[in-house]
Design a protein around this ligand. Structure first.
Ligand code: ZN
Length: 259
């Protein structure tokens, strides 16, 4: 019973942080301050009162419109809040109230911000990945099994995508990875270590291929269209973060059975 309360409190906290993530997603690429001015309607610039700024609920209560000018509010705002709430709830359900859960929530939120900015602008912001690499190194060095896992993860994550960026013009005749993706995977590697960053690339690559083929099949896009890779790397990182240890030990047991 207690555990369920922790999950509910974590989800609630996740929704509140999710509200701040919306501010980051909107303001980071515009190079605006994250704290000033307070949230206001993008259309009529009316400041949003605290009771109209309650995560998810206010959107439902106002039926997705600004109170003063009635302009439609994008459904992505409550979506980001709900996603972050679900993420925090799931992490605490999985890891309990632990330091590992706190770090996971931090990384999860960073990945949510990166993914939506990448979808909007086709960039992965340095203002998240560079401090993220530094923080990931500090945290990873203490928390991962071996002290060098974090730095090896950073080097392997960055190195793999750097190599792919370098080789893809020769193989495919076009640019593959952006510098932002390289830094993003380096950050993920610093947090999760070298084994999990391998898993991240595999899961992200598979998810990206499946979605890419589906979108081409549905004629939503053509072969040449650029798909942002950030959201797929993020998805891979979340899978690795939550279930990486289990997946790797299952894979290891498969290998040992075949011997
Ligand atoms: Zn308005």
């Amino acid at each position: 019973m207690i555990a369920q309360w922790y999950v509910a409190v974590a989800a609630l906290f996740g929704a509140v942080i999710g509200s701040f993530l919306n501010v980051c997603i909107y303001r980071l690429p515009a190079r605006e301050s994250l704290v000033r001015p307070a949230s206001r309607c993008l259309q009529c610039k009316t400041p949003i009162a605290w009771h109209d700024n309650v995560p998810i609920l206010s959107y439902l209560w106002l039926r997705g419109r600004c109170r003063s000018c009635r302009v439609r509010i994008a459904w992505r705002y409550p979506l980001v809040e709900a996603l972050n709430a679900a993420g925090y709830g799931f992490i605490v359900w999985r890891f309990g109230v632990t330091v590992a859960a706190c770090v996971s929530c931090l990384l999860f939120s960073a990945l949510v911000v990166v993914s939506f900015i990448d979808l909007d602008h086709m960039i992965v912001p340095d203002r998240i990945t560079l401090p993220g690499m530094a923080l990931g190194l500090v945290i990873g060095t203490f928390m991962l099994p071996r002290w060098w896992d974090s730095i090896a993860g950073l080097a392997l994550g960055g190195g793999m995508l750097y190599f792919m960026a370098w080789i893809s013009p020769y193989l495919f005749g076009k640019e593959g990875m952006g510098g932002g993706d390289i830094k993003l995977l380096a950050m993920i590697g610093a947090f999760l270590g070298w084994q999990q960053v391998l898993l991240t690339v595999i899961v992200g690559g598979i998810a990206g291929s499946v979605v890419g083929v589906a979108l081409i099949g549905a004629r939503v896009m053509t072969r040449g269209t650029y798909i942002p890779f950030g959201p797929f790397l993020s998805l891979g990182a979340v899978v690795a973060m939550l279930y990486g240890t289990e997946i790797l030990s299952w894979y290891g047991s498969l290998l040992s059975e075949r011997r």
